[in-house]
Design a protein around this ligand. Structure first.
Ligand SMILES: Nc1nc2c(ncn2[C@@H]2O[C@H](COP(=O)(O)OP(=O)(O)O)[C@@H](O)[C@H]2O)c(=O)[nH]1
Ligand SMILES: [Mg+2]
Length: 381
């Protein structure tokens, strides 16, 4: 050992002791600081956080289960349920205003018996009134075989009423479920207008209605139906123009069922350019309805009475495609010749159930053969 080392030893040893004591002190302090950590873990352990998680978990399951979108329509339907601000006025029964052939007939039925020429004239009057060739020949034949035609007008009324027959003209409903009425016909015959009138009548009877705007072909067709929905206090289900009509029908059925509505009325586009298109579109709609609700209670064909005998051809095409259960004959108030009612019913055997007698909400009436023939013949009670 050098004399220098010997001289600093007395200072070095206490210094080393002091450093060792300090290190020992810091070590104890730091261990003390670490020790509180376990309690901290205990304060906020996973168990402590778990309860809120357990509460949230079932709520998430209820709010977003995969079952809900499946149960509902695949695409959220654009459903508008206009709350009627005030009840619209009840539908007023329409006046019967079919054009009469009474004046022409009164001239013929003056005498006791008709001459051969007068029988021919009678045929002409009926043909001009759109009764159609087959029905006219049948009716005039029956009149001629009658011995007593003293009251020619009464005899003709008899024949016309019996030509119309006595089919069930009531509109069918589904007891305890949503009734479905499918409305078909070519463009412009009055389908949408008739639907509006029907919805108003149902409302007056205390029945709730959903309208399905499945005429997605014609621009603004849905807006027209929407106006009728507002007027009649019905709900409406519609998609964007150009959408698949079958999808609208699907959503219409879903909405009517979900809201427990009494009647679903389906509006359709009226293209008859090619029968193939019509068949495909109506076929698809029928399949959706058949699958979702069973066969529609009514498949109504709307015919414009002013189109005359062409209406019979239309009726044939639609009956073949859609299985028509009844006919609505519109525009009988205008230039229509009422005989088309007889022609349609005789040729097709499909009952005329309703007649449109104007553009107003109240201008739709159940078809009453007796009153109709009175109007046609100009017979006043
Ligand atoms: N005079 C009269 N016009 C009617 C009748 N029904 C519908 N219309 C009119 O016929 C036009 C076409 O009707 P719309 O309902 O749009 O026919 P759609 O294309 O078959 O839906 C509209 O101007 C209606 O106001 C009716 O019974 N009498
Ligand atoms: Mg329409």
């Amino acid at each position: 050992m050098t004399p220098l080392a010997v001289s600093i030893l007395p200072i070095l040893i206490p210094a080393i002791v002091v450093v060792l004591v300090l290190v020992g002190f810091v070590g104890v302090r730091s261990r003390r600081r670490v020790r509180p950590a376990p309690p901290a873990e205990r304060v906020a352990p996973p168990e402590a956080v778990a309860p809120p998680r357990e509460v949230e978990a079932p709520a998430r399951e209820v709010q977003a289960p995969p079952r809900v979108p499946e149960a509902r329509a695949p695409e959220a339907p654009e459903i508008e349920a206009p709350p009627p601000p005030e009840p619209p006025p009840p539908v007023v029964a329409p006046r019967r205003r079919v054009r009469s052939i009474g004046a022409s007939l009164a001239r013929l039925f003056k005498g006791t018996a008709l001459t051969e020429q007068e029988w021919e004239e009678l045929e002409e009057v009926l043909l001009r009134a759109d009764v159609g060739v087959a029905a006219t020949q049948r009716i005039v034949g029956a009149m001629r075989s009658r011995r007593d035609v003293a009251d020619g007008m009464a005899a003709l009324k008899d024949e016309l009423v019996s030509a119309l027959g006595h089919p069930d003209r009531s509109l069918k409903t589904k007891p305890g479920g949503t009734t479905v009425w499918l409305i078909t016909g070519v463009n412009g015959v009055g389908k949408t207008t008739t639907i509006g009138k029907l919805a108003a009548q149902l409302r007056d009877e205390g029945r709730s209605v959903v309208l399905a705007a499945a005429d997605t072909f014609r621009a603004a067709a849905d807006q027209q139906l929407e106006r009728w929905a507002e007027l009649s206090g019905a709900d409406i289900v519609k998609h964007a123009p150009g959408a698949d009509p079958a999808a609208v029908v699907y959503d219409g059925v879903a909405a009517a069922k979900a809201r427990a509505r009494d009647v679903l009325i389906v509006d359709t586009a009226g293209r008859l350019q090619t029968k193939k298109n019509l068949m495909e579109e109506l076929g698809k709609i029928r399949r959706i309805l058949d699958r979702e609700t069973g066969a529609p209670e009514e498949v109504l064909l709307v015919l414009d009475a002013t189109t005359g005998q062409n209406g019979v051809a239309q009726a044939r095409a639609f009956a073949e495609v859609a299985g028509i259960t009844g006919i609505v004959l519109t525009k009988l108030d205008g230039t229509a010749k009422g005989g088309i009612v007889i022609a349609v019913q005789q040729e097709l055997g499909i009952p005329v159930k309703l007649v449109g007698l104007g553009e107003g909400i109240g201008d739709l009436a159940s078809f009453d053969p007796d009153g109709f023939v009175d109007d046609l013949l100009g017979i006043t009670a």
